[in-house]
Design a protein around this ligand. Structure first.
Ligand code: ATP
Ligand code: FE
Length: 358
């Protein structure tokens, strides 16, 4: 089975061709991503209207490039998978319309994919993980523990009740005048810092369960930053202050993720999975400290730990094509009524609950 995947739910326009061989082996034939960072840089965040227009402008070119690189034409495909949500509605619409056009023109099945399912199923694409596995999805917009039981079966064990960690990294960068997206810059800056100088809060650690909170961290960081600036008599942040603030912030996030992962693992192990594994995905999974902590936790609890390569951890279309293949194997394709959904909870037991799209 060979699918074209299309992704445009945030600020990356992606197209990819992925094949599932008869023995179940996955092969990425092409995976094109065009970012928009430079378009949004001046605004300190993604501007939905600009993103939607950029997707609409770039999609055709990216799709063509992905097909070219795979050495295939549309008629050699078995279907087209597209992110149908959740995400910025203008971008999702651009992708869905592009996919509908291509599917109609070439007479191919259309499969709407949940962007989060794309992230959650990536470890099967990269490492062939068997169901059920535990997934920690940590990105710019999401943070949740998922029990991945099947291509269409996800159980949410808990998640953030406010900001996502990636968002917190981005806000931290903004507060410290570092470039966007903030994660990599905060990580680099933290490398020279003292994580113990600032005692940032570890929210919700005293409560049972796997829920997390990161918005208080940002407030604490703002206060600490202003105290540092005041110390210089208003001259500005010293580079050592910035290093220590980043290190302290990163350590707090890592502590929370580690401790909550420990609890999620305990719940997961209760079901006695044959081949227990924890996978991380989402842009924040690129963070070295967080990866190291989770690896150590898995070593301790006897889980296999996998983290997809970075370009498959952040938004991309290969994961959408793969999720489309997996979904196509267990359910029917969509038709031209496929809708773009700004919110779309993964856990079907929560479907329809207002405000649960994150
Ligand atoms: P979503 O996929 O949930 O809609 P998104 O598209 O913003 O959100 P991703 O592309 O998966 O998410 O990840 C981007 C986020 O990852 C950004 O917030 C970025 O700051 C963060 N990030 C990237 N690299 C690192 C890093 N090394 N450390 C921490 N955070 C990072
Ligand atoms: Fe994403």
């Amino acid at each position: 089975i060979t699918l074209l995947g299309i992704e445009s739910s945030c600020d990356d326009t992606g197209a990819a061709v992925v094949r599932r061989h008869p023995d179940g082996r996955a092969e990425i034939l092409s995976n094109r991503v065009a970012g928009q960072a430079e378009l949004h840089a001046a605004f300190g965040g993604v501007v939905p209207e600009i993103a939607a227009r950029a997707h609409a402008e770039k999609l055709d070119i990216i799709v063509e490039a992905a097909l070219d690189e795979a050495g295939l034409t549309l008629d050699a495909l078995d279907g087209i998978a597209v992110t149908a949500g959740p995400g910025l509605i203008g971008g999702v619409l651009s992708g869905v319309m592009c996919a509908k056009g291509l599917a109609t023109g070439a007479g191919l099945p259309l499969i709407g994919v949940n962007h989060l399912a794309g992230h959650a199923l990536t470890p099967r694409l990269t490492d062939g993980l068997a169901f059920p596995y535990l997934m920690l999805l940590v990105s710019g917009g999401h943070c949740q523990f998922l029990l991945v039981e099947g291509a269409d079966s996800f159980r949410r064990l808990g998640g953030t009740i406010d900001d996502a960690p990636g968002e917190a990294f981005d806000k931290t960068a903004r507060l410290l005048a570092l470039p966007q997206p903030g994660g990599p810059h905060v990580e680099r800056t933290a490398a020279d810092g003292d994580p113990a100088r600032f005692a940032f809060p570890r929210p919700l650690l005293d409560r049972p369960g796997c829920d997390m909170s990161f918005s208080g961290l940002k407030t604490a960081l703002l206060r600490a930053r202003d105290a540092c600036i005041a110390e210089t008599g208003g001259a500005g942040l010293r580079s050592r202050d910035r290093d220590d603030l980043c290190a302290g912030f990163q350590a707090a996030v890592a502590d929370v993720l580690e401790e909550k992962s420990r609890r999620a693992i305990a719940i997961y192990l209760d079901s006695a999975p044959a081949d227990p594994a924890l996978a991380v995905a989402g842009g924040v999974a690129a963070n070295r400290l967080i990866r190291t902590r989770l690896q150590a936790l898995c070593d301790e609890t006897g889980l296999r730990f996998t983290a997809p390569p970075l370009r498959l951890c952040t938004d991309n279309a290969a994961m959408i094509a793969w999720a489309g293949i997996e979904r196509g194997l267990v359910g029917p394709a969509d038709d031209m009524a496929l809708a773009a959904r700004p919110r779309w909870p993964l856990d079907t037991s929560q479907a329809g609950m207002l405000g649960s799209g994150k």
